[in-house]
Every structure is written in structure tokens, then in C-alpha cells.
Write a protein that binds this ligand. Structure first.
Ligand SMILES: [Zn+2]
Ligand SMILES: [Zn+2]
Length: 118
């Protein structure tokens, strides 16, 4: 319950430590084993999606968002969902190549970190 609440509140992909931190604001005694067990159960049920991010490691996000990509803010070290996709698959691969899927990871500074530095 607490874990579902965390994802509904934050609306972005979260690492295990973030889930633990935010979950403890709801259930004080929440421990890491419980968080791991529930993240696995919610993933098996199809409520969460497990992502292995090249720099942030394992992240979990709500399923059902459709095709999208992640933006990693290097200042706050958080991952954000980006709406839609800017890649034109038709032009991405040379002639004769059959493109089946792609993964894109974007990096930079998020709005809130950017505003703080001005
Ligand atoms: Zn940031
Ligand atoms: Zn895409």
C-alpha cells in the first residue's frame, strides 16, 4: 500500500533507495527487504515496470505509459519521464537494416535544478 502510494505521489521512475526513503515518510518502520519484496510482486503483477538504467541502475516505474524515454538530471540524480519520442525510426537506420526497437537515455539538468542555479 505504502509503495503504491509512493509511486502515485511522485509520478516518475524511482530507485529502490528512493522508494525506501519516500515510503518511510508514510510507514516509519518500512525496511529494505519489504520494499524489495513488494517491488518484485508489483512488477510480476504488471503494475510496475523494471528498467535497468545505464547510470542509475535498477529503476521502477508505473506501467501503461506507452513508448517514452527517461531524462536523467545529473544535479539531483533523479530520473524523469519524457512524453513521446523524438526519434524518427524510418530515418534512424541505413537502407537494408530492419529496425525493431530502440532505447534512448537523455542527460542534463532538470527544471527545478536549472531554476535553482539562476
Ligand atoms: Zn535535477
Ligand atoms: Zn523512442
Amino acid at each position: 500500500m505504502a509503495i503504491e502510494q509512493v509511486f502515485n505521489q511522485h509520478k516518475r521512475p524511482l530507485g529502490v533507495n528512493e522508494v525506501l526513503e519516500f515510503g518511510r515518510a508514510i510507514v516509519e518502520k518500512l525496511n529494505q527487504a519489504t520494499v524489495y519484496r513488494n517491488l518484485n510482486n508489483l512488477t510480476e503483477e504488471g503494475w510496475l515496470n523494471k528498467i535497468v538504467h545505464p547510470t542509475l541502475g535498477t529503476l521502477y516505474e508505473r506501467t501503461g505509459k506507452g513508448h517514452h524515454h527517461l531524462f536523467h538530471c545529473r544535479k539531483c540524480n533523479r530520473a524523469y519521464d519524457l512524453p513521446g519520442c523524438a526519434l524518427n525510426e524510418k530515418e534512424a537506420a541505413p537502407d537494408g537494416f530492419l529496425l525493431e526497437d530502440h532505447e534512448i537515455y537523455l542527460y542534463g539538468v532538470c527544471r527545478s535544478c536549472h531554476n535553482k542555479s539562476h
